[in-house]
Write a protein that binds this ligand. Structure first.
Ligand code: HEM
Length: 469
């Protein structure tokens, strides 16, 4: 893509790192090479069909702001913490609407849920879904994390030969969300089917929507569109049956709280299809980020044995209690560093709802503004040895030395992830159980490849050998 030249560079934050950290021998985990040369806008979009990350040239990791122009539309990348703040926090009102691409890609599955709603509709839904997953109430979900993690561990222990841990974690984290929403009536098998259907949906949906983004007639996509529609209907049908089975008064405290959310006049916010939208969104948005985080963290542990050993030494023999999670500082740092190197949502895309100006660029209604955690998390002005795996970046005082908005695995501004604490807690429980019990190695001949479409998943899964410690 023909990106514009950079504006003045960031003042380097690298100097803020403790010398001891710089002395650690570096391990550079897998990453795609930067785009070899700047392709045309259309060429870039065609590459983006297979992998969004493949379109960024080397100096995208140095610039503050850059743009490209498609027919009738500007795309601007806010690539410095202060620009991200201006766009996603200070002027949230103008940029709160997700891109049409994302809206179109997710609507068949999550309907008009909080994840893609905008304006007053979003504010009302966000207020309805947030209290039941507030950090102060997370202890109630702890048994769900433990049950699903133990079931997952049993499955891994039984495996003979290589296992795709990406698929295993997607099923297991879906299980967490099903347990939290429907209790024991929801089986691990049901969770696996939901996770597999969503993976198939993502594969089918992205082709259709990228053609749409290019403004091209969707001549090749009719087959995949039909397939995507069928998969979306299957997903929604499964979840609708679970809601029906719970009955109008039944279900877990989480489901009851969603049903009970009401407006000032006492009318319920979420009924019928609107309730279904939010429940499906919880199951998918809630599972995707955590499963992907665990997958990349497992890969890092497999490729860097000293890290795996240090985590195992910290982790308790019995599953940790909710209150114990805070004490697992090193394991948490490994998870945070994993989300820096492989942010599950690697690109945030918004469309301007009114004209604006960002730095020297005029923004028209409908133009697209991106924040790209993949770039910001590896930005040369923000991170010492940006591509190196160094969990120590998240220990002690180090995080406070960095600019805010240099690190944003859970998003930024009012639309920040509503389930960040929930997600972090479940990942920590899984990490504690799995990394204490197993030693992971990559399956012979398998090479992990980050691949970003709707989310940053490993292309072809993550094939591993799993051995008891
Ligand atoms: C490690 C796990 C997770 C990660 C990395 C993650 C990441 C994110 C990110 C980056 C966003 C913002 C996307 C954007 O601005 O375009 C987001 C939004 C959201 N996430 Fe998460 N998430 C995780 C877990 C969860 C869980 C467990 C739940 C629910 C139980 C959840 C519910 C939501 C919701 C409702 C939104 C939409 C918020 C809004 O637009 O107001 N997430 N998540």
């Amino acid at each position: 893509m023909p990106w514009t030249r950079p504006t003045a560079g960031d003042r380097s934050a690298a100097a803020a790192y403790p010398a001891a950290m710089q002395a650690i021998a570096d391990f550079i985990p897998p990453m795609p090479p930067p785009a070899p040369r700047e392709p045309s806008a259309i060429g870039g979009l065609l590459r983006a069909r297979r992998d969004v990350l493949s379109i960024f040239p080397r100096d995208a990791y140095r610039r503050q702001v850059f743009t490209t122009r498609l027919p009738g539309r500007l795309i601007l990348v806010a690539n410095a913490p202060q620009v991200v703040r201006e766009v996603f926090v200070t002027r949230h009102e103008i940029y709160q609407r997700k891109s049409r691409f994302l809206e179109d890609a997710l609507r068949p599955v999550v309907g008009g849920s909080c994840f893609i709603a905008s304006g007053d509709d979003w504010a009302e839904k966000r207020e309805a879904i947030s209290p039941p997953i507030h950090p102060s109430g997370l202890a109630q979900f702890h048994p769900c994390y433990i049950q699903a993690a133990e079931t997952c561990a049993e499955g891994l222990a039984r495996a003979e030969g290589p296992v795709d841990v990406a698929a295993a974690y997607a099923a297991a984290i879906s299980h967490v969300l099903l347990l939290a929403m429907f209790g024991d009536t929801a089986s691990a098998d049901e969770a696996r089917i939901i996770a597999e259907t969503f993976t198939a949906y993502q594969d089918a949906a992205e082709v259709v929507d990228l053609f749409g983004l290019m403004g091209l007639p969707d001549m090749l996509g009719w087959l995949t569109r039909r397939r995507a529609k069928r998969l979306a209907a299957e997903l929604r049908g499964r979840v609708a049956r679970l809601i029906d089975a719970a009955g109008p008064e039944g279900g877990t405290p989480l489901l009851k709280a969603l049903r009970a959310a009401h407006r000032a006049d006492g009318s319920p916010v979420l009924t019928g299809e609107r309730l279904l939208d939010e429940v499906v969104m919880f199951l998918l948005a809630g599972a995707e980020g955590a499963a992907i985080t665990l997958t990349w963290t497992t890969m890092l542990a497999a490729l860097h044995p000293p890290t795996a050993e240090r985590m195992a030494a910290e982790l308790p023999a019995a599953p940790p209690g909710h209150a114990d999670l805070q004490g697992l500082a090193y394991t948490r740092a490994v998870v945070q560093e994993s989300m820096r190197l492989y942010p599950p949502v690697a690109v945030f895309a918004r469309q301007a709802t009114e004209p604006d100006r960002i730095r020297r660029w005029d923004i028209r209604k409908g133009d697209i503004v991106l924040a790209v955690p993949w770039l910001l998390h590896r930005h040369e002005a923000l991170w010492e040895a940006p591509n190196a795996f160094r969990p120590e970046r998240f220990l002690g005082d180090a995080p406070r030395q960095r600019p805010r908005f240099a690190y944003m695995p859970f998003g930024v501004g009012p639309r920040i992830c509503a389930g960040a604490a929930f997600g972090m807690a479940e990942v920590m429980v899984f990490a504690a159980i799995l990394f204490r019990r197993f030693r992971f190695t990559l399956a012979p001949g398998f090479t992990p490849q980050p691949n970003c479409r709707l989310a940053l998943r490993p292309r072809g899964g993550m094939r591993m050998l799993v051995a008891p410690r």
